[in-house]
Design a protein around this ligand. Structure first.
Ligand code: ATP
Length: 292
């Protein structure tokens, strides 16, 4: 079968500033990419062991994919994004070949960034797969993935990132030195981070602090200070919300504004956001904690 259409290269435009909070994850990604693109050769010659691949793990909707896109865009690397379950299910019986093709494609585009989302679908713990009565396909895919990772030259080749919500399912072989040897926990946002995320998403919609100021210009409708106060107030009320849930909150407020006044469709008032709080509740499991 032809794999080409599924593994098309993206040229993401996400900036670091589009990702609210997550200072630690951003720093690790920035440092690692700078190292690989900059002084890596000299460092390796002096005996330093370079990081190979980075695993982002943590609860869903907390910006793992967004971070991968920003890493690619800010390093000017094309990105090949592969969703684990999709690769596995689409090419039944051929999944290991698909893994091989994915790496070939990334190498052909090198320097490039290869991002595996939901990598747990491709790298399930072997004993678990065996006890689930698997057909052996999981083992073959994992073996292929390990082989490809071992063959990556981090200097000239491909930067590999992956994300998972279920690090507990991963086979340990994947996390050995020389493979995913940088693990970054991407946590639910703290209050200040939520403020930042809300400011990002509210910055994209026309927000007014009263009907009188409701205008078409999103950036000037609400004065900056009241915007900040609103973000702070919402951040204080959204403990446990993921970034994706905060984005959903803003979307819901847009819908409420639209329902209320279809003629002046997209003008959001603070009370729309407060009402949206009742509709969008946090569902992210807070027990998905740091395991490494
Ligand atoms: P999953 O594990 O479900 O794949 P994820 O951790 O990869 O989730 P993303 O896909 O990056 O999460 O986030 C989903 C959406 O939520 C983003 O496209 C963005 O709109 C919003 N979002 C999440 N985190 C942030 C953040 N820190 N700053 C701004 N927006 C965010």
């Amino acid at each position: 079968p032809s794999f080409a259409p599924d593994w098309s290269l993206e040229r993401p435009v996400t900036r670091w500033s589009d990702v609210g909070g997550q200072a630690y994850a951003k720093r690790v990604l920035q440092e690692t990419l700078a190292l690989l693109q900059g002084s890596a050769k000299a460092l390796e010659a002096r005996g330093f062991r370079l990081p190979r691949a980075i695993l982002l793990y943590g609860p869903p909707g907390c910006s793992k994919t967004l971070l991968a896109r920003a890493a690619a865009a800010e390093s000017r690397l094309p990105m090949l994004m592969v969703r684990g379950p999709e690769l596995f299910n689409k090419y039944v019986g051929e999944s290991e070949k698909a893994v091989q093709r994915v790496f070939q494609r990334a190498r052909a585009a090198a320097p490039s960034l290869l991002f595996f989302d939901e990598i747990d679908a491709l790298a399930t713990n072997r004993s678990r797969a065996a006890s689930d009565g698997s057909t052996g396909a999981e083992e073959r895919v994992l073996a292929q993935l390990l082989t490809e990772l071992d063959g990556i030259d981090p200097l000239r080749d491909v930067v590999v990132l992956a994300a998972t919500n279920r690090p507990d399912l991963l086979d340990e072989a994947l996390l050995r030195p020389g493979r995913f040897d940088r693990l970054v926990y991407v946590a639910l946002p703290e209050t200040e981070e939520r403020e930042h995320i809300l400011a990002i998403h509210l910055g994209k919609v026309p927000l007014a602090m009263s009907m009188q100021t409701c205008g078409s210009d999103a950036s000037t409708a609400a004065p900056a200070t009241s915007r900040e106060r609103l973000c702070a107030e919402l951040a204080a009320r959204t403990e446990g919300y993921s970034g994706a849930e905060l984005a959903a909150l803003v979307r819901e407020a847009c819908l409420l504004a639209m329902e209320e006044n279809p003629a002046n469709a997209d003008c959001i008032q603070p009370y729309h956001l407060l009402e949206a709080l009742q509709r969008v509740r946090p569902r992210t499991d807070p027990n998905l904690l740091r395991v490494y």
